[in-house]
Design a protein around this ligand. Structure first.
Ligand code: GLA
Length: 382
């Protein structure tokens, strides 16, 4: 019996030592940061655009990724006028309210997207009850009512708004949208003013695609200068970053030049809609103008059975080079947001050609991080 007690004592003692050593060493080890939000916390926010299924809680697998990896969110579609303000006297805040509640519950930088855009805009916006095009005063009143209602509802909760989306053509001239046709370029200033009045603490951004193009870059810098000269608040420029793998070499240097130019104009840079399409692009001049859609044909959809190794490597390296660039300019870049979470949900599967299999994001069709994620998470500032 005595022997047994001694044995028991020795066992408990040894086991106890083992436990305490383990605990001690766990204490001494520095925790290894292995998520986007931890690794880049001193550099920039990292975010994702959320779709309706994610926001409404019907897609727990991607939401788990978002909660673990990201500290900023953007609504892919549900703050756009066609969804949030479908009729002149009717708003629909159901999805947007849930989106904001999700961001608050997870302590995220919540982005509002977008207040003034010529697409996904309800038909009533530019016509009166008889169907005639409205004039200047009425359009200003409608813009003000729309912006004030939406921004005030989320005052203090949405931290930054894409106030105006895609006002420019590729050559830097103003897009001939109805906003421009009726109000001229004044609509940009007015939109920023109305947003600022509705929430004086919110950050305000101008957002557009192909921002690496020199003429577009110059036009954006001009917009920033004009707004600032008029005392209108503008905090940042959103570079959408819908990139195409085959274009990398021809645009990469210009991405950096645009980051420098916007920083030089005194605003922060947001990389707002990052994805890299690996598929052939039917019209390289289309940028990300979603009004155009090309015909499906098999040659345009080559990777339905998986991505060949060489293409995967090139896509990985594009992401690595981009994140090296973002980290290099982390004093200027405030946020990097992916346009979606996993490959299967990306808009790139359906634009500019419907029904393709693309691989534009960093989480795959099985909701797993792609191997390149580990390489990205090791990038540090020189
Ligand atoms: C543009 C818009 C986004 C989205 C994409 C396509 O980039 O800014 O809101 O509509 O097109 O998903």
């Amino acid at each position: 019996m005595k022997k047994l007690s001694i044995l028991l004592f020795v066992f408990v003692f040894v086991a106890g030592c083992g436990y305490s050593t383990k605990k001690q060493s766990a204490k001494q080890e520095k925790p290894v940061a292995n998520t986007f939000k931890e690794v880049f916390k001193d550099d920039f926010y990292v975010g994702a655009a959320l779709n309706k299924y994610q926001i409404m809680g019907a897609d727990s697998q991607s939401i788990a990724i978002v909660e673990k990896q990201f500290n900023s969110i953007t609504p892919e579609n549900y703050m756009k006028a066609s969804n949030i303000h479908p009729e002149k006297d009717r708003y629909d805040f159901r999805v947007a309210d849930k989106y904001v509640a999700f961001g608050l519950a997870n302590n995220m930088k919540i982005i509002g997207h977008t207040l003034v855009w010529h697409i996904q805009l309800p038909e009533w916006f530019f016509v009166d009850d008889e169907g005639n095009q409205i004039g200047r005063d009425e359009l200003i009143a409608r813009m003000k009512e729309h912006i004030t209602t939406v921004v005030s509802r989320y005052k203090g909760k949405v931290k930054g708004w894409d106030v105006v989306n895609e006002a420019l053509n590729e050559d830097g001239s103003y897009r001939e949208s109805k906003f421009y046709e009726i109000l001229g370029k004044d609509y940009i200033r007015l939109a920023f003013q109305f947003a600022h009045e509705a929430d004086p603490d919110a950050e305000l951004y101008y957002n557009d695609y192909t921002m690496y193009k020199p003429k577009k870059r110059d036009a954006v810098v001009q917009i920033i200068k004009e707004l600032k000269a008029e005392g209108v608040r503008i905090d940042g420029i959103g570079m959408q970053a819908h990139y195409i793998l085959s274009e990398k070499d021809s645009i990469f240097g210009n991405i950096e030049k645009s980051i420098m130019a916007f920083a030089g104009a005194g605003v922060k840079v947001m990389v707002t809609e990052l994805d890299i399409s690996v598929l052939p692009f039917p019209d390289e001049n289309q940028g990300a103008d979603i009004s155009g859609n090309a015909e499906y044909n098999k040659l345009l959809n080559p990777y339905t059975e998986g991505l060949p190794e060489d293409v995967r490597l090139r896509a990985d390296n594009y992401y690595i080079d981009l994140f090296n660039l973002f980290v290099k300019y982390s004093d200027t870049i405030d946020r990097v947001t992916f346009w979606g979470v996993t490959d299967n949900q990306s808009w790139k599967n359906n634009w500019p050609v419907k029904g393709r299999t693309d691989y534009p994001l960093l989480f795959d069709r099985n909701y797993q991080a792609k191997p390149v994620v580990n390489r990205i998470l090791k990038i540090v500032k020189d």
